[in-house]
Design a protein around this ligand. Structure first.
Ligand SMILES: C[S@@+](CC[C@H](N)C(=O)[O-])C[C@H]1O[C@@H](n2cnc3c(N)ncnc32)[C@H](O)[C@@H]1O
Length: 279
C-alpha cells in the first residue's frame, strides 16, 4: 500500500529539475545521460535528409513525430524485433531510420519506392550503417509522384520479392496516393509476400457516408468519384490525395485474402486511419 507521504513526493524530482532549468542553473542530469535513455539511439547516427527530401513525404517539421507515431502503432499491431519487414513506398526512410534501432540485426528489412532520389538517399546513408536494410527503386507511373505515362502501372506491378518472405508488411501514407486498381493489386501482393500469419499494417484516408462528413479537413474537401467508392482532392492530379469508402476497403482486404483484425484505428487531426490485417 502506498504511503501518503510517498504520494505527496510523486514527481518531486521532475519538479526540482524543471525549477533548476527555469532558474538557469545546470540540471543534475547531463544531456549525454538523457541521450543514453533514448528509445532509438541509433536513429541519431543516421544523417537527416535535407528539408526538400523531407518535404516529399509530408510536412518537414512533423518528420519525426510522424515516424514515432508509426512506430508506436506498428508495435501495437504486432511488429516484433525479429520480424522480416517490407516497407512499401519507403520514401526517404522516415520510418526505416527508427526501425534500424528496433529490428534485430538478424532481421531483414526491405523497402521499395518509385522515386529515384529518395531511394538513392536511403541506399547511400542507411545501408552502409545497417547492412540488413535494403532499398530498391521500382519506377512506376503515379500522377503525383511520377507523372510519366511511359512507366509501368502499379495496378499490375509484382513486388520484387518471393512468395512468403516477410512477417510484417507496411505501407504508411502510400494508399493515400494510389488509385483503386493499384490498391487492389497492392493488397494482393501484400498477401503473396507475407508468410502465413504475417501482419499487414497500412494507413488510409477512410470515409463512411460522404467525404464531407469526415473529421479530417483534407477529406472534407475531396470530390467523390461517380463510383461512390473513392474521392480525390484534385481530379487533375488524382494521386495527390485519395480517400476510400471504408466498406469498400474492408471488402477489398477480404477479396485479396487478408483478414482485418481489431477495430480500424481512426486517426485524429492529420493522422491517417490505420488498418491491421493478417494473412
Ligand atoms: C507520403 S509519401 C510516404 C513515404 C513513406 N512511406 C513515409 O511514411 O515516409 C508517399 C510515398 O509513396 C511513394 N509511392 C507512390 N506511388 C507508389 C507506388 N505505386 N509504389 C510504391 N511507392 C509509391 C512515393 O514515391 C512516396 O515516397
Amino acid at each position: 500500500m502506498a504511503k501518503p507521504g510517498g504520494l505527496r513526493n510523486y514527481g518531486s524530482r521532475a519538479r526540482q529539475k524543471l525549477a533548476q532549468e527555469a532558474s538557469g542553473a545546470p540540471a543534475s542530469d547531463s544531456t549525454e545521460a538523457w541521450r543514453e535513455l533514448r528509445t532509438f539511439p541509433a536513429e541519431q547516427t543516421i544523417p537527416m535528409p535535407d528539408v526538400t527530401l523531407q518535404g516529399r513525404v509530408g510536412p518537414a517539421p512533423a518528420f519525426h513525430d510522424v515516424a514515432l507515431t508509426t512506430m508506436g502503432r506498428m508495435n501495437m499491431a504486432g511488429l516484433r524485433p525479429e520480424h522480416d519487414v517490407l516497407d512499401i513506398g519507403c520514401g526517404v526512410g522516415r520510418t526505416a531510420r527508427y526501425l534500424c534501432d528496433y529490428l534485430d540485426s538478424t532481421a531483414h528489412y526491405e523497402g521499395f519506392d518509385i522515386m529515384d532520389e529518395m531511394v538513392a538517399w536511403c541506399q547511400s546513408e542507411i545501408t552502409p550503417l545497417f547492412p540488413n536494410f535494403h532499398f530498391r527503386l521500382t519506377p512506376l507511373f503515379n500522377t503525383a509522384y511520377k507523372p510519366d505515362p511511359s512507366l509501368p502501372s502499379a495496378s499490375t506491378f509484382r513486388f520484387p520479392y518471393p512468395d512468403e518472405s516477410f512477417d510484417f508488411a507496411f505501407a504508411h501514407s502510400v494508399f493515400t496516393h494510389l488509385p483503386p486498381e493499384a490498391t487492389g493489386n497492392y493488397l494482393s501482393e501484400i498477401n503473396r509476400v507475407l508468410r502465413p500469419g504475417g501482419i499487414s499494417y497500412s494507413t488510409w484516408f477512410l470515409f463512411e457516408d460522404e467525404p464531407s462528413s469526415s473529421p479530417k479537413t483534407i477529406v472534407t474537401e475531396m470530390k467523390l468519384d461517380a463510383s461512390g467508392m473513392f474521392a480525390v482532392h484534385n481530379p487533375d492530379v488524382p494521386d495527390n490525395a485519395v480517400a476510400y469508402r471504408e466498406s469498400f476497403i474492408l471488402q477489398e482486404y477480404s477479396t485479396r485474402g487478408l483478414t482485418v483484425v481489431g477495430p480500424i484505428h481512426h486517426g485524429f487531426k492529420r493522422l491517417q486511419d490505420a488498418v491491421v490485417a493478417v494473412k
